[in-house]
Design a protein around this ligand. Structure first.
Ligand SMILES: *[C@@H]1O[C@H](CO)[C@@H](O)[C@H](O)[C@H]1NC(C)=O
Ligand SMILES: *[C@@H]1O[C@H](CO)[C@@H](O)[C@H](O)[C@H]1NC(C)=O
Length: 208
């Protein structure tokens, strides 16, 4: 028995030495290291907004709440596991090490700071911010432009066509006047020549 103890100790020590690096690597890769959409996500009202968090380990649980000024954080999703979830205009997709929060038509009430509580191997909290801005095309501008367009656009082509008609009128009139004058001059010249000829013809027989 006494002789077998040291012979057993050596393989046990070797086994422990073999296990040590693997246990260290598990600890090294064990951190969730969550990274979330950084900065401010800015979309126009009614546009699609998207924020996400990734982790080094698969998500076990995830809760998201929206920080409301002067109130408690408004809970949107609580302790969700893997899968697709939907709640009041928010969609959450948790797939492996990725979680994605989507708003198909972002509203003013959805703007603010989102607090993500994530559980993988640890529990971590991260925040993302959503800013909703005025859409570039205000909803009443197309209405206004539509109501004014019949008055604005209908007389405009007329005015343009009148102007277009008027502008060539000047040169055309000038051409007509000039050609009439020219014709008149040519006619006058012909008449004079003819009268001169007839006078000659009249004078000739008298002379002969
Ligand atoms: C999360 O991971 C996906 C896929 O690898 C990547 O497309 C996305 O940009 C990542 N998001 C963040 C916030 O790190
Ligand atoms: C949100 O966007 C508007 C206009 O784009 C800007 O004036 C405002 O400062 C932004 N808010 C935040 C918190 O970034």
């Amino acid at each position: 028995m006494l002789t077998s103890a040291p012979s057993l100790l050596i393989p046990m020590m070797l086994w422990a030495l073999l296990l040590l690096p693997s246990s260290l690597s598990v600890h090294k890769g064990g951190w969730d290291n969550p990274t979330c959409t950084s900065g401010v996500v800015s979309v126009s009202r009614g546009e699609r907004a998207e924020m996400a968090c990734n982790m080094s380990n698969p998500f076990k649980l995830i809760s998201i709440c929206l920080v409301v000024p002067g109130k408690e954080c408004r809970l949107i999703f609580k302790d969700m596991a893997q899968g697709h979830f939907s709640q009041d205009g928010w969609r959450l997709r948790v797939q492996g090490r990725m979680a994605q929060l989507v708003m198909e038509e972002a509203q003013d009430t959805q703007a603010g700071k989102y607090k993500w509580e994530m559980v993988g191997r640890q529990r971590s909290i991260k925040c993302t911010t959503l800013n909703i801005s005025e859409p570039p095309d205000l909803p009443f501008t197309p209405f206004f432009s539509r109501s004014t367009s019949p008055e604005m656009t209908v007389p405009q082509p007329e005015a343009i066509s009148q102007r277009q008609r008027r502008t060539p009128m000047g040169p055309v009139l000038l051409l007509v006047i000039l050609s009439i004058l020219g014709l008149g001059l040519v006619l006058c010249w012909f008449r004079r020549r003819r009268s001169a000829r007839t006078q000659q013809l009249l004078q000739e027989p008298v002379l002969s």
